[in-house]
Design a protein around this ligand. Structure first.
Ligand code: URA
Length: 250
């Protein structure tokens, strides 16, 4: 059910492994419509789930993973945010797998050419809440754009800009630096509450200022750890996990 390519276990096997029912009883619960995966009732047998999928049996959530792991990666450019890539490009999992034994999954996505703060975890409930638009978790990006941006364009971006998949919600945007590297450039800090595909790049392109560099510097209460070099990672501190959970009511 998860969009991760890495399929793990059959749903009935997970339910029985958790001691809730035998394999056969689990199949019956599924056909009776008592089981939901990511909020959707599943009646088909044989569906496969990963540790980030949220499974509910008779309205009670079960954690499909034993050890909860939370990793903060400073994603470099040129790496794909996925568990595997048919084109064999390097993935964020390749960067951490030598030292993190537990299977973890990225919380949301950063584009191939975007760098910065990425959380990886096997905590399905937290992943769901941090990425679902209804929780409106703030994400802040440091963005170098082409040219000098007018007040009018800033107002358009702040109030909401029409993209192919709808209007964006209000964003906060601050000019941070104006510069020149052979051409006019501006560095801005942008905070958005949603996560449309390539949203920041499309917002600025729409007002005529292509994004040249994009880095995520904050995700909810977490800030990019400047000591963490691109491509390196660390486990989240207990206090950081608590702050993240609190942000989404856990
Ligand atoms: N917005 C984008 O355009 N790209 C990202 O990677 C993240 C936010």
């Amino acid at each position: 059910m998860s969009d991760s390519k890495e399929v793990l276990e059959r749903l009935q096997k997970v339910i029985s492994r958790k001691g809730i029912a035998s394999r056969r009883q689990a199949e019956q619960l599924i056909s009776q419509g008592m089981v939901k995966v990511n909020g959707i009732t599943v009646t088909e047998q044989g569906i496969k789930v990963t540790p980030v999928d949220i499974i509910e049996v008779s309205g009670v959530k079960i954690q499909n993973s034993d050890v909860l792991t939370y990793v903060l990666l400073n994603k470099p450019k040129g790496v794909i945010t996925s568990a595997s890539d048919p084109q064999k490009r390097k993935t964020v999992i390749d960067l951490i797998k030598d030292q993190i034994d537990t299977r973890v999954y990225p919380v949301g996505r950063l584009d191939y050419d975007t760098s910065g703060l990425l959380i990886l975890t096997n905590d399905g409930e937290l992943t769901y809440r941090l990425t679902h638009p209804s929780y409106g978790v703030e994400k802040t990006y440091r963005v170098w754009i082409d040219g000098h941006i007018s007040q009018e364009s800033l107002d358009i971006l702040r109030n909401g800009v029409y993209l192919e998949d709808g209007i964006t919600s209000p964003a906060s945007i601050m000019i941070d630096q104006v510069g020149k590297k052979g051409k006019e450039l501006t560095r801005v800090e942008v905070t958005i509450h949603e996560g449309k595909n390539r949203q920041v790049r499309r917002m600025f392109a729409k007002v005529g200022h292509p994004v040249l560099e994009l880095q995520r510097i904050a995700f909810g209460p977490l800030k990019l750890d400047e000591k963490l070099l691109p491509g390196t990672y660390r486990n989240l501190l207990k206090s950081e996990v608590i702050a993240l959970k609190k942000e989404v009511g856990l």
